[in-house]
Design a binder for this molecule. Structure first.
Ligand code: ADP
Length: 721
């Protein structure tokens, strides 16, 4: 019998089944490995070590009291491992996502009303009683938080016999009542109803990929909610998975879902406690979690019967996981749906070119929402040619943008300034010798943070105070912040508008789903006049009072020669522009650029998205870039550069040759030294019909591995650093 362990191994090992228990594929078991006990899953896939000598087989210790990993999840794990070329065990690790899974939670004490009345009613007591009258029994800490009372109030009520303590199933505490698809939703416009009908027609009809493309504010969420309702109605066991690219979006979608379906879905993201993860995993496996809203790794939950998958903001680069198992969650979601034989809806105002091309060829079905809901108009987009603006040195807001901001602040309306750069400044340089402050032995840039006080790496957790003396020339007091980040922009804005309420939204100021929601609430309640944000604010949100968007440096994403630079910049700027004027008040967008004639800027100003996509596609096709050709990267890394280079040479000497593909490299990676490792890269470019994984597998198979050099394969790379 084979057992797959969640370790970086490609093989399932042979074990002897325990005599007294019948084991099935998918069962979660504990087995001996070396001197340790490890958790693994009984595996029936294609991968296995050669059968071990029966006399030497060790015996499975025990079966854990967990539901088995379903066959559909096991086949998905096999598929992802084969496609991404990651070790099967590493992919399994995502499928049994949390150590808490194996630690059954202790029974918890929950409090319920007995029906008795307290001796004397107080405001606090009343709140506790109202809370419990309307809902299930809750734990002490839960009641204290939800009713805003001290623990003593609850204990006091228990002593008086008003509350009784009961033992509850700790995992059940996370389960909400099931969402009710019959809760009435908003009245859809004709266009929305037509789009919803097209999605609904596919429920129960097997696998299909649908693309819900609609301008920002067209009501895509409301439309896919209708498809979710239909899926839930179709079968009492049906489950739905909704993927979101960013934790900051989660809370808003959970709230909207609750408003629409009368109950919260199960959520899944990196911020959850171990117990919440265990509950979500068990809920997915039992089917009790009817709807899961989560980050990309939710794909690996052991769903019992998925009836629909939704990938919101499908174009978002955050769907690509760049660590460990390198995979694209949108693409793997399509595979997940096809293995579960259910439809999948990819949702976006600016679909990825990959998705567009699949619509053009008829592989995916496009469903289109061309107008904003409720008569809101799309914002007017104007370029500010920075070459002609007399912007002061050391400032990033042009006189023209300043004038519009001022008018907006004076009119009591809200503005958003978008700059996709965290921190205070992207670099610190020595004014005496021009050298950029870098860390010894690392090529990742150090970014100035905390209003000029610290230097921080965005690739690891290194940080240091701003140095006073230049390490290169020894000059003192000459090190300065160079270029703008959101913190510096905030400084500029505060000096310009001392009376305005200004705040920054970036991933280091807003870290959790809760913090993000608190920030978004402040925008929605109009407690802020000017919001300064990175890409975090570009996504999904609906701010009715926001009428002006200023894009501070529209050219930022276009440098660097990434093949998707144009596409990404277009998507990002169009998304951020889409935050403006979503309700009754029309919106304006000002785009600061040094290249107003660039096709991306032209597409934004003219609103000719389709033309932009066609041109972009034609260029990619001519060059054989994705999605017309295939790419894979090999990243070699290790602590010793000579070893890395030698291994790269050995691989280069065996590089496959053929008419249908080219191997480029080896070349030092742009970040040649990162987190203490030297990095060199190959890029394989092939025609679409080539089995690129087979090619790479055969190639790697010819060169003996070197223990000091790690070779990571990135199929369909999105990052070239
Ligand atoms: P999108 O995801 O396309 O940007 P949303 O689904 O967020 O758009 O909708 C934009 C806003 O319009 C939201 O506040 C939403 O609740 C509202 N809305 C959309 N459609 C309707 C409708 N049919 N009735 C009432 N409100 C709607």
């Amino acid at each position: 019998m084979r057992v797959l362990l969640p370790l970086g191994l490609d093989l399932a090992y042979d074990y002897r089944p325990p005599p007294e228990i019948a084991l099935q594929p998918g069962d979660v078991v504990e087995v001996p490995l070396g001197t340790k006990r490890r958790v693994g899953v009984v595996w029936d896939g294609e991968s296995g070590a050669p059968p071990a000598d029966p006399d030497k087989l060790r015996t499975v210790h025990e079966k854990l009291p967990l539901p088995p990993l379903p066959a559909t999840t096991r086949r998905f794990i096999d598929w992802v491992a084969r496609y991404t070329m990651a070790p099967l065990g590493s992919v399994l690790r995502m499928g049994i996502a949390t150590p808490a899974l194996f630690q059954p939670s202790r029974p918890a004490i929950a409090y319920a009303l007995t029906g008795a009345e307290p001796e004397r009613m107080t405001g606090a007591r009343q709140r506790v009683m109202d809370l419990l009258r309307d809902g299930p029994p809750r734990s002490l800490s839960d009641i204290a938080e939800a009713a805003a009372v001290s623990d003593g109030v609850i204990r006091g009520l228990a002593e008086q016999g008003v509350l009784e303590a009961i033992e509850s199933d700790p995992d059940a505490g996370f389960l909400e009542p099931p969402p009710d698809p019959e809760t009435p939703g908003p009245v859809l416009s004709q266009a929305q109803a037509d789009a919803a009908a097209q999605l609904k027609a596919h429920i129960d009809g097997g696998y299909a990929t649908l693309v819900l493309e609609g301008v920002t504010g067209s009501g895509k969420t409301e439309v896919y909610f209708e498809a979710i309702a239909e899926a839930l109605r179709s079968d009492p066991e049906a489950q739905v998975l909704v993927l979101l690219p960013e934790i900051a979006l989660t809370q808003a979608v959970l709230d909207r879902f609750e408003a629409r379906f009368g109950a919260r879905p199960m959520s899944w993201h990196s911020d959850l406690t171990g117990r919440a993860r265990r509950a979500a995993w068990l809920g997915a496996a039992s089917g009790a979690a009817r709807v899961v809203v989560g980050a990309r790794s939710a794909l690996f939950l052991p769903f019992r019967s998925l009836a629909l998958v939704v990938v919101d903001e499908e174009h978002d680069p955050a769907y690509k996981q760049e660590e460990q198992v390198i995979y694209h969650a949108r693409d793997m979601a399509v595979v997940r749906a096809s293995l579960m034989k259910c439809p999948i809806v990819l949702v976006s105002a600016t679909p990825s070119l990959e998705t567009m091309v699949n619509c053009w060829t008829g592989k995916y079905h496009r469903v289109h929402l061309p107008v904003r809901h409720g008569g809101a108009t799309l914002p007017e987009i104007t370029a500010i040619d920075m070459r002609r603006e007399d912007t002061q040195r050391g400032r990033w807001i042009s006189p023209r943008l300043e004038a519009d901001l001022r008018a907006n602040v004076e009119a009591g309306e809200q503005s958003l300034l978008f700059l996709n750069r965290r921190g205070y400044a992207p670099a610190a340089i020595c004014k005496a010798c021009g050298t950029r402050v870098m860390r010894d032995n690392c090529s990742a840039p150090l970014v100035v943070h905390r209003f000029g006080n610290r230097l921080q790496c965005h690739h690891c957790d290194f940080s240091m105070p701003m140095p006073k003396v230049c390490a290169k020339c020894g000059a003192e007091g000459m090190i300065v912040a160079y270029g703008p980040g959101v913190e510096r922009l905030a400084e500029e804005v505060e000096a310009m508008f001392p009376e305005a309420r200004v705040a920054i939204m970036a991933s280091d100021t807003v870290r959790t789903a809760r913090e993000a929601q608190a920030f978004i609430d402040r925008i929605e309640k109009h407690q802020l006049d000017i919001v300064i944000g990175t890409q975090l604010v570009t996504k999904g949100h609906h701010f009715p009072m926001l009428t002006l968007v200023g894009i501070v440096d529209a050219d930022l994403g276009l440098s660097g020669g990434d093949l998707r630079a144009g596409e990404r910049t277009y998507q990002q700027l169009w998304q951020v522009a889409g935050r403006a004027g979503r309700a009754e008040r029309p919106g304006r967008v000002l785009v600061q650029t040094y290249m107003p004639e660039h096709p991306v800027m032209q597409a934004l100003i003219s609103g000719d998205g389709p033309g932009f996509y066609r041109n972009e596609a034609a260029e990619r096709e001519a060059a054989g870039w994705p999605p017309y050709g295939r790419l894979a990267a090999l990243i070699l890394s290790g602590p010793n550069e000579a070893d890395v280079v030698a291994h790269a040479r050995a691989l280069a000497s065996r590089a496959p040759r053929g008419a249908d593909f080219t191997v480029l490299g080896p070349a030092p990676a742009p970040y040649v030294r990162l987190r203490g490792r030297f990095r060199h890269r190959f890029l394989v470019r092939a025609r679409r019909n080539i089995d690129i994984q087979g090619l790479i597998r055969a190639w790697l198979g010819q060169v003996p591995e070197k223990s000091s050099v790690r070779v990571a394969v990135d199929i369909d790379p999105y990052s070239f650093l």
